[in-house]
Unconditional design. Structure first.
Length: 105
């Protein structure tokens, strides 16, 4: 996985976990998301047992750098999928083609 993509995934996961319903704290240290692979046990602790999650400072810096790179591309009028290039219309067009099938031309 490319470093900038990994940083974006980490950022999205941290936002999702941060918006999850609050659960009682049980004294466990938070799981630091650093970009390293997570174990199955760590995923279960977060998803089922409510272990807190934090973004490691180095990962936060990488997310910031990735965000700045996306903004720089957009400012340079380069297409950025999901930002300057429409996502929904592309998916809708593909769905229309699949629904019509090859017989429809």
């Amino acid at each position: 996985m490319r470093p900038w993509l990994r940083a974006c995934v980490i950022a999205m996961l941290s936002v999702l976990w941060a918006s999850a319903p609050a659960r009682p704290a049980d004294g466990r240290p938070p799981l630091l998301l650093s970009g390293e692979p997570l174990t199955l046990e760590e995923i279960v602790e977060v998803a089922q047992q409510g272990r807190p999650v934090e973004l490691a400072p180095a990962a936060r810096a990488r997310v910031g750098a990735a965000f700045e790179a996306v903004l720089a591309a957009a400012r340079a009028h380069q297409p950025v999928y999901g930002l300057t290039a429409p996502v929904q219309s592309w998916h809708a067009a593909g769905a229309r083609r699949r629904c019509r099938g090859p017989a429809a031309g």
